[in-house]
Design a protein around this ligand. Structure first.
Ligand code: ADP
Ligand code: MG
Length: 608
C-alpha cells in the first residue's frame, strides 16, 4: 500500500507561505512589487498596528479581469512567465506566482480590481484559500489589496512576531527599498493614520535624498560608470556623513533591491582610510546587468542574487567608488605639489595636453663638460604653467650658467633661496636626459623624475580607465608561448580567465600546458615572458584581496610594460611630464614609490 500522499493545496500553500511570508513586511514587499509590475504610477501603503491588523496596498495600475481576479490566488498562477526561457530575461519583480496564494493561505484578504477599459470592477474575499466573495463592484482603475489578521491560522508565526517598532521598522525598510528602486513612481506610507512618507515622482537624486533624510542632498556624491559588463549609477554619502549604524546601504540590480556582502566589501574598501572601522558608508547603488547574467531565483524572497561576473563587478565597483570620491575631492588631500616643490596648479591637470613645440639642442648632455647651446622657442607646457600663474618659466639649458653665477653671487650675499635669474621673456623647456632619470631645473632647484616609474604611472592610469570599459588591445603572437605550469597555477589562470582575457591575454589550456597566443599590445616583446611569470605568482599570492585582483594584474602588466622605458629625446621628456601631470596621482608610482624629487637649491648648496 502506498503511504505517499499528495499534500492538500491549502497545506502546500501554507508551507510555501512559510518561505515567502515571514512577517508583515514580506506582504508589503510582495504587494508593492505586484503594483509596480502592473505599471502603477501611484502606490499607497496603509498599515495598522505594524501590519498585524491591516496591510493595504492601493495602486492605479493595470488591474485584472474578473477571471484573473480569481486565478491570481492560485499557486503558480502568474502572468509574468510564459516559458522557462523567460527566466533568463526577467523584467518583472515577480515571476514565481506564489505570493498571493501564500498570503491568502495565512490571512484574510480582500481585493478590489478594475481595468481601465471596463465599467465595473471585481471584489474578491479569500480566507484560508477559499473564495468567500466574488462580486462585481464599482471601483476605480487599479488594484487594492487589504490583508487582515495575518497568521491567524499559524499561531506559532503570529507569536513569533516582534514588537511593533521592530515589525514596522521592517515594513519601512521594504517600503524604502521599493521606493528607491522607482523614483518615477509616486509612493505614500501611512501608519495608524499618520503620514510617514509622501514621495512625489521625480529624479533619482530627489528620491534618494528624501529617503536618506533631512539635509542629505548636500552629502550625496554621484557615482556613474558604464562598462560592457555592468553600468553603475547612484549616490554615495560623503565620508564625514558616515553613520555608526548600518541602514543606508542599498544595492539594486535592474531596479531590484538585493543584499550582497561581497559588493558591500568593495565599497567599504573604497572608503578605506576615510571613515573609521566603527562607521558604515552610506550608498545607494544601481547596477544594470544583462538579466541573463544574474540568477534571482536562488532565494524565495529574491533578495540574494547570483552574479555570473561578480569578481569583475567587484573591481569595477571599487574603482568607480574611488573615482567618484576622488572626483569630488573627498580623498584626504595629499599635498603633492608642496612635497615635490613642483608648483603645478591643480587646474592644469585638467587641461588638454599641448603638443610640445620646443626646439632644443639634442646633443646637449649635462654629463659632458662642454657647455650646451641655448635652446629657444615657446612650449605649451611652460605656457600653460604661466597662464595658470605658475610664475617663471622653466629655465633653458642656457640658464644653467646664470644659475651658477647667481648661486655664487647669492651665497656671497647670504640670500637663502636664490632666484635662478630666469628671463621672463624666454620660454623654453630644458631637460637633461639620463638612462633612468630626466632632470629639469625649476625655480626652486632641480626636479628629478624617475622615467620608469613615471611611465608606469601613466600607463597604469590609462589602462585602468580603459580596461574598466572595454577589453584592452591584444597583439596576436605568430608563435604562441607555451608554458608548463603547475595544476594550481593552471586553475588560477582558468579562474581569472575572463579578467586575463579582458587584459589582452588570449590563451588556451591543454593538459597542463598553458598556451598564450595573444598578449596585451602595450607589452614589449622582451617583457612578455617575465610578465606572465609575475602574473602567475601574483595570482597565487594569498595576500592579494580576491576582489582587488584586477587592479593588481593591471599594476603588474603596466610595470612590466614600462620597465625598459627610456627617454632619448627632449620632446619625449616634455610629453612624459605632460602626461604625468594629467594623472590624478602624479607623485607616486602604482607601488607607492616616489616618481619625482626636487633637489632643492639648499640641498645642492650644502654639497659645496
Ligand atoms: P507573480 O507576481 O510572481 O506573478 P503573484 O502571486 O504575486 O505572482 O501574483 C499573481 C498574478 O496576479 C500576477 O502575475 C498578476 O498577473 C496578478 N496581479 C497581482 N497583483 C496585481 C496588481 N496589483 N495589479 C494587477 N495584477 C496583479
Ligand atoms: Mg508577485
Amino acid at each position: 500500500m502506498s503511504v505517499i500522499q499528495l499534500l492538500p493545496e491549502h497545506i502546500a500553500n501554507q508551507i510555501a507561505a512559510g518561505e515567502v511570508i515571514q512577517r508583515p513586511a514580506s506582504v508589503v514587499k510582495e504587494l508593492m512589487e505586484n503594483s509596480i509590475d502592473a505599471k502603477a504610477t501611484y502606490v499607497q501603503l496603509i498599515i495598522k498596528d505594524a501590519g498585524k491588523t491591516l496591510i493595504q496596498v492601493v495602486d492605479d495600475g493595470d488591474g485584472m479581469t474578473p477571471e484573473d481576479a480569481v486565478k491570481c490566488f492560485q499557486r503558480h498562477a502568474t502572468s509574468k512567465l510564459k516559458s522557462a526561457d523567460d527566466l533568463f530575461k526577467l523584467q518583472t519583480k515577480g515571476f514565481r506566482g506564489e505570493a498571493l496564494a501564500s498570503i491568502a493561505s495565512i490571512a484574510h484578504v480582500s481585493m478590489r480590481t478594475k481595468q481601465a477599459t471596463v465599467e465595473t470592477g471585481t471584489l474578491i474575499e479569500v480566507e484560508g484559500n477559499t473564495i468567500r466573495t466574488n462580486e462585481q463592484i464599482v471601483c476605480s482603475k487599479g488594484t487594492s489589496f487589504e490583508v487582515k489578521n495575518l497568521f491567524y491560522n499559524v499561531p506559532a508565526r503570529r507569536n513569533f512576531l516582534k514588537s511593533e517598532t521592530i515589525e514596522f521598522g521592517h515594513i519601512r525598510d521594504e517600503f524604502e527599498r521599493v521606493a528607491l528602486a522607482h523614483p518615477e513612481i509616486k509612493f505614500s506610507l501611512h501608519h495608524n493614520g499618520q503620514e510617514i512618507y509622501n514621495l512625489q515622482a521625480g529624479v533619482l537624486r530627489m528620491r534618494v535624498a528624501s529617503i536618506f533624510g533631512r539635509n542629505s542632498n548636500e552629502r550625496l556624491v554621484p557615482i556613474e560608470e558604464q562598462t560592457n559588463i555592468v553600468s553603475i549609477k547612484g549616490f554615495l554619502g560623503k565620508p564625514d556623513a558616515a553613520r555608526k549604524t548600518r541602514g543606508e546601504q542599498f544595492f539594486f540590480v535592474n531596479n531590484r533591491y538585493f543584499k550582497d556582502s561581497y559588493f558591500h566589501h568593495a565599497i567599504t574598501k573604497a572608503f578605506d582610510g576615510m571613515i573609521s572601522d566603527k562607521h558604515y558608508p552610506s550608498y545607494c547603488i544601481y547596477l544594470e546587468v544583462d538579466p541573463a547574467k544574474i540568477d534571482v531565483n536562488i532565494h524565495p524572497t529574491k533578495t540574494e542574487i547570483k552574479f555570473e561576473e561578480d569578481r569583475f563587478i567587484y573591481s569595477i565597483l571599487l574603482s568607480s567608488v574611488r573615482q567618484a570620491l576622488g572626483k569630488h575631492n573627498i580623498f584626504p588631500t595629499l599635498d603633492f605639489e608642496t612635497e615635490t616643490s613642483f608648483d603645478i596648479p591643480s587646474s592644469f591637470r585638467k587641461t588638454e595636453p599641448v603638443e610640445p613645440q620646443i626646439v632644443v639642442d639634442p646633443s646637449f648632455n649635462p654629463f659632458q663638460s662642454s657647455r650646451p647651446s641655448t635652446s629657444s622657442g615657446g612650449n605649451g607646457f611652460t605656457k600653460a604653467l604661466k597662464n595658470e600663474g605658475f610664475g617663471q618659466a622653466i629655465p633653458s639649458p642656457g640658464d644653467w650658467e646664470n644659475f651658477y653665477q647667481i648661486e655664487e653671487q647669492s651665497s656671497l650675499d647670504d640670500t637663502p633661496t636664490p632666484s635662478l635669474g630666469l628671463h621672463e621673456e624666454r620660454e623654453s623647456g630644458s631637460y637633461l636626459l639620463h638612462d633612468r632619470y630626466v632632470f629639469s631645473p625649476t625655480k626652486s632647484g632641480l626636479l628629478v623624475i624617475d622615467v620608469k616609474r613615471a611611465k608606469w604611472r601613466i600607463l597604469y592610469d590609462e589602462l585602468i580607465g580603459r580596461f574598466i570599459h572595454q577589453a584592452l588591445d591584444s597583439q596576436q603572437l605568430l608563435f604562441p608561448i607555451e608554458k608548463e605550469v603547475s595544476a594550481n597555477e593552471l586553475d588560477l589562470w582558468k579562474m581569472h580567465g575572463k579578467l586575463l582575457n579582458q587584459l589582452g591575454f588570449h590563451s588556451t589550456i591543454e593538459a597542463d600546458v598553458l598556451s598564450i597566443h595573444g598578449v596585451p599590445a602595450v607589452l614589449p616583446e622582451n617583457a612578455i615572458d617575465a610578465c606572465i611569470d609575475s602574473l602567475l605568482s601574483d595570482l597565487q599570492d594569498r595576500d592579494i584581496d580576491q576582489g582587488d585582483v584586477a587592479h593588481h594584474l593591471v599594476k603588474r602588466l603596466t610595470q612590466n610594460a614600462s620597465k625598459d622605458a627610456v627617454i632619448r629625446r627632449p620632446e619625449e621628456a616634455q610629453a612624459l611630464i605632460e602626461s604625468l601631470f594629467q594623472c590624478e596621482e602624479h607623485a607616486l608610482a602604482p607601488n607607492g614609490k616616489k616618481i619625482m624629487h626636487t633637489l632643492s637649491l639648499t640641498e645642492i648648496q650644502a654639497n659645496f
